[in-house]
Design a protein around this ligand. Structure first.
Ligand SMILES: Cc1cc2nc3c(=O)[nH]c(=O)nc-3n(C[C@H](O)[C@H](O)[C@H](O)COP(=O)(O)OP(=O)(O)OC[C@H]3O[C@@H](n4cnc5c(N)ncnc54)[C@H](O)[C@@H]3O)c2cc1C
Length: 613
């Protein structure tokens, strides 16, 4: 039984490479508004986070999964050890690294927080949901709340005194958020009485913090139907006393907790608001009917956070599969596989196992690069606002464009490649004695919550491609075009760069195909092909960033002596990029052809023809 064992491991060398060498953290670090956060500080906090993750969170991952959460007397009890881990986590300050100093934070770049979150989620994704949601809810109130709301809630939520949730989903309102029926009735003193049921609420209740601040989408009386009529309310579990402390119950009841496939340490709750008509909420920012745009602030951050969760779990699955493959002996070397007298070799010597591992390595590194790129765009946009506004707008636009891409690609890859990690282990991987079956179960939800991956794909093709007159998409393509022009003659990477150029051309053509459909009576082809297009865009982005990393690694290799311990690491970068360019980038051209073929079978097949049962 693996309870209490730490399975977590990270490749810190790789994390530092992406942050410091590929995305040149040194250029933004140590300058306003990130004055206190130079390269040394960043490196130190990553090392400390890793130590904490291995010692505190990793050992609670399996036990939290086995024990799950339970409901006792209306209160959710989290798995053994979670409460202590919560306290210790907030003592370290890791959750406030990128929080602005005016909210009690440390003012570091988001790119650094992104890697801290990768480590925390990679060690224990279920646990990290609780502080993650508190962080996101605090961020929303910090951005959209009134000055009094910011004072009352934000710092306490950032520092772990209070938790937080986002409450959108109702039984009849999942992807269709606008169908929400929860209502808000004016009290006449500026507050509202909230009534309704929300389902699937992550961290909807727990025993980790003194209070929980729910952000609840509800409809005020006489508000219009659909998303336009939704307002966002701050609804504490316990009412806030005049001195700011948590007071009496606010009539928020936990109906039940769900029994799920994965992230079992994270309580997914049915919450009943106002069963006794005593649930008081206040409007975020004091504005009615602005709920969806306010919630989108949190959802954009949460979509990036889900991609980070995917990366964390995928990295854990990969590194454990790699370690196992080096240990497990089975069969002779493939050149002598029929000779029973040959010594057994570790399975990592078998070509097919190496193929699986190299795919996992390349995709993990590619997603990490994409996430650090995205968060660096966020940091640079902040740094350049008011200094070079057109540049700041460019960076902001890339964040918009890349968010649905990284959310979907990372979440799908985490599940698919965690399943592949099980395959690397063979039968042992299917057992609970090893961590990869849990990785696979935990990862499945990532493609569903925070907007299913189809919702992400529609966001990409329906909004982001044409946003700002298509500027974000064109900027992205221009960046890749410049890279291709600069490196297509490279002796080692020339053909890989050509594969990138061909993939880019295919994406351009597909984008035109989508545009054509939007102007025609073939609108059904847009949702039919959106997911495929998003996958192809992701592969283009990942292929580009892996090649970029490989070229940086080549430069480093040129100056390293033959015996230097960093050489294998940099050589690994070469193989990730070449494998991806040779085995995945050609799929983009093929996928674009399938898009252009305009197959409508899924909407043409009569419903009755799916099955005659
Ligand atoms: C473990 C867990 C934690 C969660 N945490 C939270 C949380 O903290 N807060 C919260 O508010 N919610 C949370 N959710 C809810 C989650 O966000 C929803 O499950 C998700 O948005 C999908 O909604 P649904 O389950 O009702 O599926 P549905 O909306 O019924 O979708 C079912 C399928 O139909 C597709 N579909 C739906 N509508 C369309 C359409 N118009 N066009 C094309 N396809 C469509 C979907 O893509 C999906 O494949 C959580 C869910 C789980 C399981």
């Amino acid at each position: 039984m693996s309870n209490g064992i730490n399975w977590y491991q990270a490749d810190l060398r790789e994390l530092k490479f992406v942050l410091l060498e590929q995305f040149r953290y040194g250029e933004i670090a140590g300058r306003a508004p990130f004055e206190a956060w130079g390269v040394e500080e960043a490196t130190a906090v990553l090392e400390e986070t890793y130590r904490f993750a291995r010692e505190v969170l990793g050992p609670l991952n399996t036990s939290g999964d086995r024990e799950g959460c339970r409901l006792e007397g209306g209160q959710v009890i989290t798995p053994k050890g979670f409460k202590d881990a919560w306290r210790k986590l907030y003592e370290t300050g890791f959750k406030t690294v990128s929080v602005r100093p005016e909210h009690g934070g440390q003012g570091a770049p988001h790119a650094l927080q992104c890697l801290i979150e990768e480590i925390l989620s990679g060690a224990n994704p279920a646990f990290n949901m609780y502080p993650g949601l508190a962080f996101g809810a605090a961020e929303l109130i910090a951005e959209c709340g009134t000055a009094a709301q910011v004072r009352r809630y934000v710092e306490k939520m950032y520092n772990g005194h209070w938790g937080g949730t986002m409450c959108l989903t109702e039984p009849q309102a999942g992807s269709d958020v606008g169908a929400a029926k929860t209502i808000a009735i004016k009290n006449g003193d500026g507050t509202y009485r909230i009534r309704g049921t929300k389902i699937f609420i992550s961290g909807g209740d727990h025993d980790l913090a003194e209070n929980i601040i729910h952000l609840v989408l509800a409809r005020a009386e006489d508000a219009p139907a659909g998303t336009k009529g939704l307002s966002l309310f701050i609804v504490p579990k316990k009412r806030i006393n005049p001195d700011g402390s948590a007071g009496q119950s606010n009539d928020v009841q936990v109906g039940s907790i769900e029994h799920k496939m994965g992230i079992n340490g994270s309580a997914t709750c049915v919450l009943n608001f106002g069963d006794n008509d005593q649930c008081i909420g206040e409007l975020v920012g004091g504005v009615e009917n602005a709920g969806m745009s306010q919630m989108f602030r949190m959802m954009n951050g949460a979509r990036i956070a889900v991609a980070v969760q995917g990366l964390g779990v995928l990295s854990t699955a990969y590194l454990n599969a790699l370690a196992y493959a080096k240990e497990r002996k089975q069969g002779a070397h493939f050149k002598f596989w029929k000779d029973p007298n040959r010594p057994r070799v570790a399975i990592v010597e078998h070509p097919d196992v190496r193929r699986m591992l190299l795919e996992m390595k390349a995709v993990t590194e590619g997603i990490r690069a994409l996430l650090v790129k995205l968060t660096t765009h966020l940091d640079r946009s902040r740094q350049l606002a008011g200094v070079d506004d057109p540049k700041a707008t460019y960076h902001r636009g890339q964040v918009e464009l890349l968010t649905p891409i990284v959310k979907s690609y990372s979440s799908d890859a985490a599940f698919r490649l965690s399943a592949q990690a099980i395959q690397v282990y063979g039968g042992a991987g299917y057992l609970k004695d090893h961590p990869v079956e849990q990785c696979c179960r935990d990862a499945k939800i990532f493609s569903i919550y925070e907007g299913t991956n189809h919702i992400q794909a529609m966001d990409l093709v329906g909004r982001k491609l044409g946003q700002a007159g298509g500027a974000h998409f064109q900027d992205f393509m221009r960046d890749i075009g410049e890279f291709v022009a600069q490196h297509r003659a490279n002796p080692r990477y020339g053909s890989a760069v050509e594969a990138l150029a061909a993939a880019q051309e295919s994406i351009m053509q597909s984008a035109m195909v989508f545009f054509g459909w939007s102007q025609s009576d073939k609108l059904h082809l847009i949702p039919l092909n959106a997911n495929r297009f998003l996958s192809l865009m992701s592969e283009l982005a990942i292929g580009w960033l892996l090649l970029d990393a490989a070229l940086i690694a080549e430069t480093a290799l040129e100056s390293l002596p033959a015996t230097h311990s960093d050489r294998p690491f940099y050589e690994g970068k070469r193989w990730s990029a070449l494998w991806f360019a040779r085995n995945v980038l050609p799929d983009v051209e093929h996928g674009a052809k399938l898009i252009a073929a305009e197959d409508s079978s899924p909407v043409e097949i009569p419903l009755e023809a799916f099955s005659t049962h």
